[in-house]
Write a protein that binds this ligand. Structure first.
Ligand code: TMP
Ligand code: ZN
Length: 415
């Protein structure tokens, strides 16, 4: 007797049919850094991605309970990179300038992390509130004057914020909303807290850049959705809003900053139809685009593992640089453990002395980068310029950087 095939998964946003098109699992929780191998819970999930035929939202098919993801020890800090610090300072300046003309404006940031952005907002004397459940947000070290509600942003929290502080003129969020599988609750929260003419400005990694550059390591548990203009537009429309503008940003290998307003309150920028046409030409709604993406990812895996084995065979030393969340996908998908990569240097104190999630590669301080290895595998390719400049002594001494997206490359010349 034939078993009936399981029904296709349905879209978390619109209940449309989702076609599975990429499988990078099994994967551990990307932000779980055990102190020793026994501390690895062994929990793994299938990191699989599908695309909705109806609204175009690219989404993961299996969900990790959020409490497993952002526990008290969530080790990400916005201000670990100068480049990102400058980006958020510049963003905050622009948001503040936009609010200046209004009477007693109120800004809410969803996912305010260590308060990097809100510091500038607070210094400008603008009423604000960060909503963030992480330990970085709760930390007493956060900048003076920054106000935070340590909680997840959802409909109830948003109502509580409105009741206590009044309607928001601006809700801003960077690299956070795509983590929340129940986006409906976020959108209803926005509806509750945003004033009639208020704006929601939200930036996140851009699906088009991920696809163009085979940035497969941008796919990990936290990035539950990979946003595009089409999918964000559909999401906004569903909840009574309109996507009115989008701006391309260089951060994280390519991000988009979306501006969303209540329906009928703003003109839609011509940028939106232009980007929609580009996305269509790129095939972002077409499952076959991701099947080809998957072929390229397998090519990268084979190339990278082949290179590391070859270097090990030659007796060359290789260490990892920057224990990013992205590296969890790479290491686990490629099966790279301490036998191929003895350790990874990372500047985040909370990660040092711990092990990478899943494949248990030790993480050490950047001081362990000296004496220099022969090769360094760079996981923070989004900070390549900053890191390579900081470690210029490495290439001067003949060291070579290995990068793996958009393809496996070895840089720097050995004299
Ligand atoms: P991100 O790609 O999510 O921003 O994470 C960056 C990681 O890279 C973070 O763990 C800190 C690490 N890092 C270094 O170790 N050295 C550096 O110079 C920079 C910029 C980042
Ligand atoms: Zn959908």
């Amino acid at each position: 007797m034939d078993a009936t095939p399981p029904p296709p998964p349905s879209c978390r946003i619109c209940a449309g049919e989702v076609t599975e098109c990429l499988d990078l699992g099994p994967q551990p929780v990307s932000s779980g850094y055990p102190r020793e191998p026994e501390e690895d819970s062994g929990y793994r999930f299938r990191l699989a991605v599908g695309v909705c035929s109806s609204c175009g939202m690219v989404q993961q098919l299996e969900e990790i309970p959020p409490t497993r993801m952002f526990g008290g020890s969530y080790p990400f800090r916005t201000s670990t990179s100068r480049h990102m610090e400058a980006h958020f300072r510049d963003t905050a300046d622009r948001l503040v300038r936009g609010l200046r003309g209004q009477r007693d404006p109120f800004l809410v940031e969803i996912g305010s992390n260590d308060g990097s952005l809100l510091r500038t907002v607070a210094e400008a004397g603008i009423r604000h509130l960060g909503v963030d459940p992480s330990s970085a947000a709760a930390s007493p070290d956060r900048p003076a004057g920054v106000r935070v509600l340590v909680d997840f942003f959802h409909e109830e929290t948003a109502k509580a914020v409105r009741d206590e502080h009044g309607e928001a003129d601006l809700v801003y969020s960077a690299n956070t909303v795509s983590h929340i599988s129940d986006l409906g609750s976020v959108m209803r929260g926005l509806d509750a807290v945003l004033g009639r003419d208020g704006l929601f400005v939200c930036e996140d990694r851009y699906l088009a850049d991920i696809v163009r550059n085979t940035y497969f390591d941008q796919i990990y548990d936290e990035h539950f959705y990979l946003f595009s203009v089409r999918s964000v537009q559909a999401l906004a429309e569903r909840f009574g809003f309109t996507l009115v503008d989008a701006e391309h940003l260089g951060v994280h290998g390519g991000s988009l900053r979306y501006t969303i307003a209540r329906r009928g309150t703003r003109e839609v920028s011509p940028v939106i139809p232009a980007l929609l046409a580009e996305e269509h030409a790129l095939g972002l709604g077409d499952p076959s685009t991701y099947l080809r993406f998957g072929d390229r990812v397998r090519g990268i895996r084979d190339g990278l593992v082949g290179l590391l084995r070859e270097l090990a065979g030659q007796g060359a030393s290789v260490v990892g640089y920057a224990a990013t969340a992205k590296s969890a996908t790479v290491l686990n998908y490629c099966g790279i453990g301490p036998e191929l990569l003895p350790f990874i240097c990372d500047s985040t104190p909370e990660k040092q002395g711990r092990l990478s999630p899943g494949t248990l590669v030790p993480i050490r301080s950047p001081e362990a980068f000296r004496p220099y290895p022969d090769y360094a595998l760079l996981f923070a390719w989004n900070h390549a310029e900053e890191i390579m400049a900081k470690e210029s002594g490495f290439t001067e001494a003949g060291g070579r950087w290995i990068t793996y997206v958009p393809e496996v490359r070895v840089t720097g010349a050995r004299s």
